[in-house]
Design a protein around this ligand. Structure first.
Ligand code: URA
Length: 212
């Protein structure tokens, strides 16, 4: 299943690196390094339509007008904690980008996702915002994070993940039809406890080595 709101990045380097991330034998240090690399390539896709203006400069040979990014600096927003895995690679690509963080936890009573932390740069309404979470599973966390960004003024948002489940793509698309999703893969489905199959396991645990 593919959806209108989903772009799959089929670049061979992305697919190769994703296989390394999926492999349960990949050690933590390599996982982090490869995540950094895949983030860089996915970042190229996520930023492909940034607005370009022009600037007058002199090359060593002559003067001319050349393309130059215009507008406010773009903003990466990490959904804690696994979204942080994207930051090194994306900041390699766009070192001047601003960075925000969103923390979402499950409310013990309602079992619904609940915002517990939000910090984002000023002038969100004037920035391209790229929301980050490696796994789009049920979509609950990403939906809540995107809603918090909109509440804070963001109008141009993209959602970047590594692996998406059909259930998450559908739910996110219904809640935020204006937000494109960019992913390296659309996997089969969720299991009973909300993990993506075949997936890569718990992305936070794989990045930070907090299990095994
Ligand atoms: N979060 C993860 O880290 N992995 C999944 O498979 C689903 C949600």
């Amino acid at each position: 299943m593919t959806a209108d709101n989903l772009t799959l990045v089929r670049h061979p380097l992305v697919q190769h690196k994703l296989t390394i991330l999926r492999n349960k034998e990949t050690p933590t240090a390599q996982f982090r390094q490869v995540f950094r690399e895949i983030a860089f390539v996915l970042g190229c896709e996520a930023t492909r339509d940034l607005a370009l203006g022009a600037v007058e400069i002199e090359t060593p040979l002559e003067r001319g007008s050349f393309p130059y990014l215009e507008g406010k600096k773009l903003c990466f927003v990490s959904i804690l904690r696994a979204g942080n895995g994207f930051l090194d690679g994306l900041l390699d690509l766009v070192p001047s980008a601003r960075v925000g963080h969103v923390g979402i936890e499950r409310d013990e009573e309602t079992l619904q996702p609940k915002l517990y932390y939000f910090k984002a740069p000023d002038h969100l309404s004037e920035r391209q915002v790229i929301l980050l979470d490696p796994m789009l599973a049920t979509g609950g966390t990403a939906i809540e994070a995107a809603a918090a960004l909109k509440k804070a003024g963001a109008t141009r948002i993209k959602f970047l993940c590594l692996v998406a489940a059909p259930e998450g793509v559908a739910a996110f698309g219904e809640a935020h039809p204006d937000i494109p999703i960019i992913a390296a893969a659309l996997d089969r489905r969720l299991n009973k406890v909300g993990y993506i199959l075949p997936g890569l396991g718990d992305a936070g645990d794989r990045i930070y080595g907090t299990k095994g």
